[in-house]
Design a protein around this ligand. Sequence first.
Ligand SMILES: Cc1cc2nc3c(=O)[nH]c(=O)nc-3n(C[C@H](O)[C@H](O)[C@H](O)COP(=O)(O)OP(=O)(O)OC[C@H]3O[C@@H](n4cnc5c(N)ncnc54)[C@H](O)[C@@H]3O)c2cc1C
Length: 583
Amino acid sequence: MNLEVTYHKHDALIIGSGIAGLYAALKTSGEVDTAVLSKVYPTRSHSGAAQGGCAASLGNRMEDRWEWHLYDTVRGSDFLGDQDAQELLVREAVPVMYEMEHLGVPFSRTPEGRIDQRAFGGHFGNFGKTPMLRACFAADRTGHAQLHLLYEQCLKHQVRFYNEFYALSLIVKDGICLGAVAWDMNRGGLHVFQAKAVMLATGGYARCWKITSNAHANTGDGLALIMRQGLALEDMEFVQFHPTGVWKHGMLVSEAARGEGGHLTNDKGERFMENYAKEKMELAPRDVVSRAEQTEIDEGRGIAGQDCVHIDLTHLGREKILERLPQIHEMAQKFLGINCIEKPIPIQPTAHYSMGGIPTTLDTEVLADGKEEVLAGLYASGECACVSVHGANRLGTNSTLECAVFGRHGGLRMLDYIRTCPSFEELPGNELDMAREEVEHLLSTAGTKGGVRPVELRERLQETMQKNVAVFRNQEGLADQVKICGELREQYRRVAIDDGARVANTDLIETIELGHMLDYSYMIARCALERTECRGAHWRTDHPGRNDKEWHKHTLAYLKGDEIRLDYKPVTITRHQPEERKY
Ligand SMILES: Cc1cc2nc3c(=O)[nH]c(=O)nc-3n(C[C@H](O)[C@H](O)[C@H](O)COP(=O)(O)OP(=O)(O)OC[C@H]3O[C@@H](n4cnc5c(N)ncnc54)[C@H](O)[C@@H]3O)c2cc1C
């Protein structure tokens, strides 16, 4: 097959244009020639869906300190986060938030004109004791405001954007990353991007569940690129279910709805959180609230016996809902035909956020072995990375913060590295092989009879992940899922697409994404099967309680052919020893 190939050279190549990728690009641009690849138009990246806020201990509404933010983050992570990374996150939060304000993010304001701050689950004052207003926000469109601002700034600083380009493989030679190969989704054709440093900022990957808050593009491509180089992934068993997904659809009713005072109720109209987290109620961390909801549903107290409960905003009043939660009001109206000023919204837990990912150093350098060995020239930040600030469970508003802090920090570190590279290294010569083989093979299956349809595999994957790797997990379900993923991966080898076109071929792209989802889902199920304890978002009904003696450690996993090899590494503790997690 004669596929057209084009070569490009840029000092810095960033794959992904969410908050993490764009913040990194902003820091390298102006200094070195910077390019950003994105499979969706940049402002359609999932960061734009972030509603509720971005945490920083600014103390604009009440006294706050980074030490308190750190404590909440450590405890929220169920003591699995690395505390050196967590400290960097919460300390940098303050200057980064002001930098974003000065760049032009239109934050909501206090009457005195400062950045306003609201409550969010798991954030407290005085080491977990008093309520806290810490989430900086722009109504319920915070991520949207940040993403657009960063995109405009990148354009202003002459970042070169390759929009609707799909990264297919990394170029690695002698332990150094030299670029990536991508497919032009609109025009067709392979593109080789030679670079002095590459950053993966490809976002989250909860698309492998049926009920998910994630965008269609969140298919873990960055993780697959890493796995295919034989490199490690970290803590893949930890995926967070957000308690308030719109029933049957999964889109998010932001936690801001509870932050602003929304109530969760069951079929009897009871505020059931009283029975699970009496003190913190609806503002307990997400894993706690999701389990409470699932228990209500499993024990038959779901609304009309169905798999949903209610979030009730009616007592907040029209004015507050329209001013503070306009997007939620619109979404409930459009997707459910419910006016949330008058009626509660049916909700259920939805697969939301991936704590695990590509292991990195504090400087966002990718760790080839997950432990100490840096792969020179390769960086990762944002949701696809695991620097480990969220450990076993992420606190609301700490993610856009992670993207901003580590995107920015990573961009600066890339710049340092690029300055040590006077010229481009020679490419290995076989840089196209992996990507070309994949595209040619799939295009050649177009229209063949008897092949496996990608949609069948995708639906089976999403349905079984939903059933077996959910809020509550056990040995039987997880072992089943490992087997199912193995079978699906086997069937994928016989997959056939319908569309053989080179131009704007969504069938081709979705099938490549499916291959990625199958690989990392296999890893999620396997890592979850091994971890025989309850920690954060990973809840094993057959292994009650957290088991620090055996499991206070990070999981590392490698995929080789059909085999997954597991390894472990210690958690970095600086200030807070593990303690019982009470709410
Ligand atoms: C509905 C929703 C609401 C949320 N609300 C909040 C909130 O209020 N506060 C908070 O802190 N967090 C929130 N989060 C989490 C947070 O928004 C995300 O974790 C964060 O925005 C991820 O940003 P990112 O930069 O890592 O990646 P994303 O914004 O997901 O961007 C990923 C980028 O990678 C690109 N990409 C991926 N694969 C490829 C490929 N193969 N080739 C080329 N490009 C590729 C995509 O095109 C995209 O540009 C929310 C998440 C969701 C889903």
